[in-house]
Design a protein around this ligand. Sequence first.
Ligand code: GLY
Length: 372
Amino acid sequence: MPAVPPSVDRPGGRLVVLGGGVIGWSVAWRAALAGWSVDVVDSRPGRGSSWVAGGMLAPLTEGHPGEEALLELGSESLRRWPSFAGDLEAAAGQPCGLSAEGTVVVGLDSGDRAELARTVEYLIAQGRCVEILDDDEVHRLEPGLAPTLTSGLSISQERSVDNRALLAALRSATYRAGVRTVERAVAGLDDALVGDADQVVVAAGIGSPELLGASWSGAGALLVRPVKGEILRLRHRSGAIPVPRHTIRALVHGRSVYLVPRSDGVVVGATQHEAGTDTTVTVGGVRDLLADAAAVLPGLAEFELVEHAAGLRPTSPDGVPFIGRLDDRVVLATGHGRNGVLLAPLTADAVVAELAGTPVAAAKPADPWRFS
Ligand code: GLY
């Protein structure tokens, strides 16, 4: 791809997006289509937490009692995913790796199954649709599941996306829309690159509080903190069981594990630790992920372990991101925690609407000032 993007007529003003991950590029792409002249600035575009992510589009199975606002935001964004992906693929000229298969949920021991029963009760109380599966049904959906798993849940409306295909598609679509991606660090909002922008979107994940500095005391984005997640990538080998079709989530003696299919294997995730900005992949993390994944899908033992990595989820105090205006020049799109990929379509729509002065009602729970 040439360094300078094609020249496109720009009726809007100049917009700088700080952060070149799934959120920053989704915002940049949609804003360019709306007429903004956009620069995305990131020291390692496409290589932050979006690169490590599993790519589940799973608001129900990521849902927990007390997080109803997040459940609603996630469900709204999931509804937007098919058209977002269709538009993106047309604009990028390449696939973004959206899978239409839902999630199968299983529990290994009686305590795990009791926990799943509580999850079902909770989701039904929230008006969500969950199908309970018996032994035959669960193994018909996923024949590789361990024979000891004799029941499960199907959540067919959930989806997944290949995060790396998505990043590549976003990079191509932004480029074709005339967005310039500048590979460099930014110290703060008075940086020379940002100085003459008409509008600035802060989508810098865990770097957002430092970029904002102390100027916005009271804005919740200053409370974004890193939550480390270790993840593995396993590649299918000839003779091994087929790659599962669905995302599989499991509780294994109280510990949560997920397997997200890719065309050539699975992503296994993820640990969850508050360890500052440490991204070391630990022996214990890899051991637990492999043991739990193999307890659910024993045939994975024949796959090749090709990658281990850790990402830092930019996490807000209530799990809900910060999407909205800070002042007349700065808009936030950060703090997406475990749900950055899922929430990209809604976030992009909400930010572009905010830039046009017409905030989206669905994004109201993500008000950046809700803690002040
Ligand atoms: N959304 C999955 C994770 O954060 O691990």
